[in-house]
Ligand binder design. Structure first.
Ligand code: NAP
Length: 206
């Protein structure tokens, strides 16, 4: 698959390196040609501007600060699948500085751009070397299967988490989890298999 990244920061580099390793063709797009080229060189990708990466990718990863996500997404042409991994975190108290970033992107992009929220729950360090089978929730109305393929290519497990209107829940979940983690809590033990909690085995569990 051809993948473009809008951004040459930590998330773009972490995910791009995994996708290149899985055999995909990636173009790292940046607002600075030098910074995009440096990241592209490290991961084995091509480099370009935001507009060039958006045209190049069948799937485009939007990896910029949430406050500029809607405007940067404006370069994505019709027919692409756009992954939004942003977290609009207010670092003062780990609430959300903006509601429903992914839905706002979906309302603003060119017609026919399929917006999928994904990869926002874990840190870039996790995406560099994800634990095998890590569950990755995906929220989107269309394009989810394409993104699910890219999740599997990282050795992770796609988890259908609803349509784009559910993306705000994923954004809030990330804020909650990051806040707990920063305060020294451990979110990993919060979701035991339901069989343990209720003595009931649900579909997909054994
Ligand atoms: N890092 C994580 O652990 C993590 C985890 C989950 C989700 N996220 C989310 O992923 C997104 C990217 O995070 P990151 O850690 O990769 O950030 P980062 O390392 O700071 O990289 C940000 C990227 O956005 C570009 N950028 C910054 N300000 C911009 C502006 N005003 N206009 C256009 N481009 C701009 C930067 O360009 P320059 O290089 O030219 O400055 C860079 O390419 C954020 O929304 C973040 O909330 C991050």
């Amino acid at each position: 698959m051809r993948i473009g990244t809008l951004g040459n920061g930590l998330m773009a580099e972490a995910l791009a390196s995994g996708w290149v390793a899985a055999g995909h063709d990636v173009m790292v797009g940046g607002r600075s040609a030098e910074r995009a080229a440096a990241v592209a060189g490290r991961v084995g990708a091509a480099a370009g501007s935001f507009a060039e990466a958006a045209v190049y990718g069948e799937v485009v990863l939007l990896a910029v600060p949430a406050e500029v996500a809607v405007s940067v997404a404006g370069v994505v042409p019709e027919g692409k699948t756009l992954i939004d991994c942003s977290n609009a975190l207010d670092h003062r108290d780990f609430t959300l500085a903006q509601d429903s970033v992914a839905e706002s992107i979906g309302a603003a992009v060119a017609p026919g751009v399929r917006v999928v929220k994904a990869f926002n729950l874990a840190a870039d360090a996790v995406w560099r070397n994800p634990p095998a089978g890590l569950g990755v929730p995906l929220c989107g109305d269309d394009g989810v299967e394409q993104v699910a393929e890219l999740v599997r290519d990282l050795g992770c497990t796609p988890v259908a988490a609803g349509g784009l209107r559910h993306a705000k829940l994923l954004e809030a979940t990330a804020a909650l989890a990051i806040g707990i983690w920063v305060r020294g809590g451990d979110v990993r033990g919060m979701f035991p298999p339901l069989a343990d909690a209720f003595g009931t085995v649900l579909p997909g569990e054994s």
